[in-house]
Structures are given as structure tokens and as C-alpha cells.
Design a protein around this ligand. Structure first.
Ligand code: ZN
Length: 196
């Protein structure tokens, strides 16, 4: 069963989400929510999904960046993005810390801002501490695209969307991105939108 993905304008996307107690995490309904989030993410397809995006104000996010999603992206772009496949990960009650202040500027999209993309500056390296879906502590230092996905999804838990952080003059629909910017390297993106 696929979950409905809420679009910008829905209040649940603008609220702070609630911590999940171990009791609640162990409940069948929470485990089922996580399963359905995974199914919904894969169907979309997308690389990250936070519980508020499916209407649940809970501090749960999932990430999965499959190699097959990279097939349409030029290799030099993938390299500049430091984008590598990331196996499915479930983060509950995550805490995010910026490790490298320096930012990278790339286009990103959001399943809750369907059909549009924009250039968003994000820290290059972050550390995430959380528990997994079984309550076991997990910790990763993430670089490049993985770091970007984590910052994007973590923002969702605090009611922040990519449109709050984007270079506003870079906002465009997917069609124009595909025809004009899909092959752009960081220097070009920075030159065009970096000074805003
Ligand atoms: Zn999003």
C-alpha cells in the first residue's frame, strides 16, 4: 500500500515533529508505517522520505540512494556531487551535526514540492546519530550527496522545506531542469545562482 505524499501548503509539513518513544517504535503500527514509507519512497521514486511527508508528525526518516537512479546522470556530475549509492537506512529521533561548514550548491528536489527543483546550499559533511527501527543506536559521518539527503530530510522534522533554503532565482520545473541544467557542473551553478 502506498502512502499519500503531502504537498507544500499542508500544515503537517510546517510543524515540529515528535520524538518516538521506544514503546511507540516497537508498536506494530509504527513498524508498519516504516514499511509503507519504504514502499512509497521506492515507488516515487526518491532518495529520502520523512514521516511528516506522509502526514505523520514523527521524527522518523528513511534514506536509500540506489545505483539505478544514477544511470541518467552524467558521470562528471555524479563525481562532483560525491554521489554514491546508499543502502536503505532508517533513522529514528536523529540528531544532525554539521562537521564541515563549507557548502556545496546543487539542484535538489522534494517529493512534497512535486515537479520542481532548485539549487540549495548544503554543508558538505554532517554527522548523524539516531536509533534504527529496532531501537539500536546508529551513527554515520556522511559526505557529499548522502550528507545533502540527510540535511534535507532532517529539515522536514523541523518544519523546514528546501524552498526555505533555495536560491530563489534557481527555482524551476523538472522539464526545464532536464533540458537546461541536468549536465551542469558546480562552477556553472555557482556562477549563475551562487551570488544571490
Ligand atoms: Zn523533501
Amino acid at each position: 500500500m502506498l502512502l499519500k505524499i503531502y504537498q507544500t501548503g499542508q500544515p503537517v509539513l510546517r510543524n515540529n515533529s515528535n520524538k518516538v518513544s521506544i514503546d511507540k517504535l516497537n508498536k506494530k503500527e509504527t513498524q508498519q508505517l516504516i514499511d509503507l514509507m519504504i514502499e512509497t519512497l521506492r515507488d516515487s521514486p526518491g532518495v529520502g522520505l520523512a514521516a511528516p511527508q506522509v502526514g505523520e508528525p514523527l521524527r522518523i526518516l528513511i534514506v536509500e540512494d540506489l545505483a539505478k537512479y544514477h544511470e541518467q546522470i552524467p558521470i562528471d556530475v555524479l563525481k562532483s556531487q560525491e554521489r554514491k549509492p546508499v543502502k536503505l537506512k532508517v533513522f529514528v529521533n536523529p540528531e544532525l551535526e554539521v562537521i564541515e561548514q563549507e557548502e556545496a550548491l546543487f539542484f535538489e528536489g522534494c517529493l512534497s514540492v512535486d515537479g520542481y527543483v532548485a539549487a540549495v546550499p548544503r554543508a558538505k559533511t554532517v554527522k548523524i546519530d539516531a536509533v534504527d527501527r529496532y531501537g539500536k543506536p546508529i551513527s554515520y559521518t556522511a559526505k557529499g550527496w548522502f550528507a545533502r539527503i540527510l540535511q534535507h530530510e532532517y529539515d522536514h522534522l523541523n518544519g523546514t522545506l528546501m524552498i526555505d533554503r533555495m536560491k530563489t532565482n534557481s527555482f524551476m520545473n523538472q522539464k526545464n531542469f532536464n533540458s537546461l541544467w541536468r549536465k551542469a557542473l558546480p562552477s556553472k551553478i555557482k556562477k549563475e545562482f551562487g551570488n544571490q
